[in-house]
Ligand binder design. Structure first.
Ligand code: HEC
Ligand code: HEC
Length: 288
């Protein structure tokens, strides 16, 4: 092996190993490859010293740089919360009109209000705020308690007939039938009168009906049944009904009045949340 053995065919030096006449050519690895390979080994050793790497029984070596992706994540979350906290504090401070004048704040508030609505409101008002029997639709432009941003804010903050909020909306329709405030024939006449206001089947516009309505109902529902927002008397002259929009439904409400309870949210969710909810609801399309 002291002699260099050159392969005849390729002209390349062999290693001197030979099996049944087959010789191994001595083709060393290219230098650049070898150095890259050594480089990766050095890098790997350095990496496992610097960063968390070797598994131990219940944890892993932490590495001399003290890096941790969890700490990184926690720092990012803290930064995001701090940024939001600033925005939420501004929403709590600013009058609603100022928030609505700022497109960024409005966008932030609408998104926040939308996600809170799903949690706190959709059980009663429906996911799309389309309402259900007894629970008003919040998309349309008919409002029991008013559709300006301040009125919507007040409805959400203090609710309606809330037993715990002294500023809650309050109004009760008398039980005209059950408490015998009107006689049976009068009830029938005024029910037909109401039905006639929106063209419900069985409705009848009569002189007596008009008088009964003016005397007993107009104070809360408006002279033409258009509703009275200050009193929370819903409109009776359109096709939007809290309960049933049928003659039987009107008669039932006259016999014994149903009243919806809307919880008061200010004490529970705070100023910023109520503002965000109000901005979201107001922006659904029916806001005035
Ligand atoms: C327990 C059922 C219930 C929940 C939960 C509820 N509401 Fe209501 N809400 C009502 C009822 C009932 C009314 C109608 C009150 C009335 O008849 O005077 C109402 C009325 C309203 C009104 C006034 C509508 C109008 O026409 O003037 C707004 C605005 C409103 N709700 C928003 C919300 C928001 C926002 C939430 C969630 C934070 C919410 N509601 C949660 C039952 C509920
Ligand atoms: C003191 C005020 C008050 C008076 C007076 C009053 N109502 Fe009402 N009425 C209300 C309120 C408040 C509601 C809504 C209850 C609720 O929000 O859940 C209502 C609801 C109704 C409804 C159901 C509306 C719907 O959308 O489903 C009908 C129908 C109705 N009233 C008819 C009458 C008639 C007819 C009279 C007169 C004989 C009358 N009301 C007198 C306050 C009044």
């Amino acid at each position: 092996m002291s002699e260099r053995d050159i392969d005849e065919l390729s002209g390349i030096e062999t290693t001197g190993h030979e099996w049944d006449g087959i010789k191994e050519l001595n083709n060393p690895l290219p230098r650049w490859w070898l150095w890259t390979f050594y480089g990766t080994i050095v890098f790997a050793i350095g990496y496992t010293i610097a960063f968390p790497a070797w598994p131990l029984i219940s944890s892993a070596t932490s590495g001399v740089l003290g890096y941790s992706s969890r700490a990184d994540h926690a720092a990012e979350v803290a930064a995001a919360e701090a940024a939001q906290g600033g925005t939420i504090a501004r929403i709590a401070e600013l009058p609603v009109a100022d928030i609505l004048a700022d497109p960024n704040l409005t966008r932030f508030a609408t998104a926040g209000g939308k996600s809170m609505f799903k949690v706190y409101c959709s059980q009663c008002h429906g996911t799309g705020a389309t309402g259900a029997a007894g629970y008003p639709n919040l998309n349309d432009d008919e409002w029991i308690w008013g559709g300006t941003i301040d009125q919507v804010y007040a409805s959400i903050a203090h609710g309606a007939r809330s037993p715990v909020d002294p500023d809650t909306h309050y109004s009760f329709m008398p039980n005209f039938g059950a408490d015998a405030l009107l006689e049976k024939p009068q009830l029938a006449v005024v029910a037909k009168q109401v039905a006639s206001l929106s063209g419900i089947e069985g409705g009848e516009d009569t002189e007596e009906g008009r008088l009964l309505f003016a005397d007993n109902c107009a104070s809360c529902h408006g002279e033409r049944g258009e509703g009275v927002i200050d009193i929370g008397g819903p409109s009776l002259n359109d096709s939007i009904w809290l309960y049933e929009g049928t003659l039987a439904g009107i008669e039932a409400q006259l016999e014994r009045a149903r009243h919806g309870v809307m919880p008061a949210w200010h004490a529970r969710l705070g100023e910023a949340s109520v503002k965000q909810l109000a901005i979201y609801v107001h922006g659904l399309g029916g806001g005035q």
